[in-house]
Design a protein around this ligand. Structure first.
Ligand code: HEM
Length: 141
């Protein structure tokens, strides 16, 4: 029988997620399009994203214990996320993943996941693109 490890475990557990999210928010600090959307103090934002991702990728469910169901579409409604914002967020996350020490296949898996969710969270129409999705969360948030 093959042992199946979670992405959380293959990535290296909590220290890897902490390093990745630190790198992500360090990038947000100097990202003029995105910085104004976030609170001045990024401490809670760091916690939210780190613990959400740890949980999503198979780690402890601490995020839900504190924040309940993620409802990601709902929680992003206050922010204008068009193509430019989505791409800036992705660029920043790719950079954070590249800076963080983890296996190459885990990097690829994470980037594929982020590309999908970032598109799903867009809530502004795109020129010549499909109509934006209605604000209904998928069961997995
Ligand atoms: C597409 C571009 C995106 C923008 C502009 C954006 C922006 C934001 C902002 C401004 C916040 C509020 C900060 C906070 O209170 O934590 C936030 C929260 C959050 N975002 Fe995003 N986000 C984007 C994509 C994503 C993606 C792709 C994910 C996950 C795969 C994600 C996961 C989260 C989570 C988990 C929270 C905290 C929810 C909570 O517990 O309140 N975001 N985002």
């Amino acid at each position: 029988m093959t042992e199946r490890l979670t992405v959380y475990e293959r990535a290296g557990g909590e220290p890897t997620f902490a390093a990745m999210i630190d790198a992500f928010y360090d990038g947000i600090e100097s990202e003029p399009l995105l910085r104004p959307m976030y609170p001045d103090d990024l401490k809670e934002s760091r916690w939210n994203l780190q613990f959400f991702l740890m949980q999503y990728f198979g780690g402890p469910a601490t995020y839900s214990g504190e924040r309940g169901h993620p409802r990601l579409r709902m929680r992003h409604v206050p922010f204008e996320i068009g193509r430019a914002e989505r791409d800036a967020w992705m660029r920043n996350m790719r950079r954070a993943i590249e800076k963080t020490d983890m296996p190459a296949d885990v990097r690829t898996e994470m980037i594929e996941y982020f590309e999908k969710v970032a598109t799903f969270l867009m809530n502004r129409p795109v020129a010549n693109g499909p109509a934006p999705l209605p604000i209904i969360d998928s069961p997995r948030g």
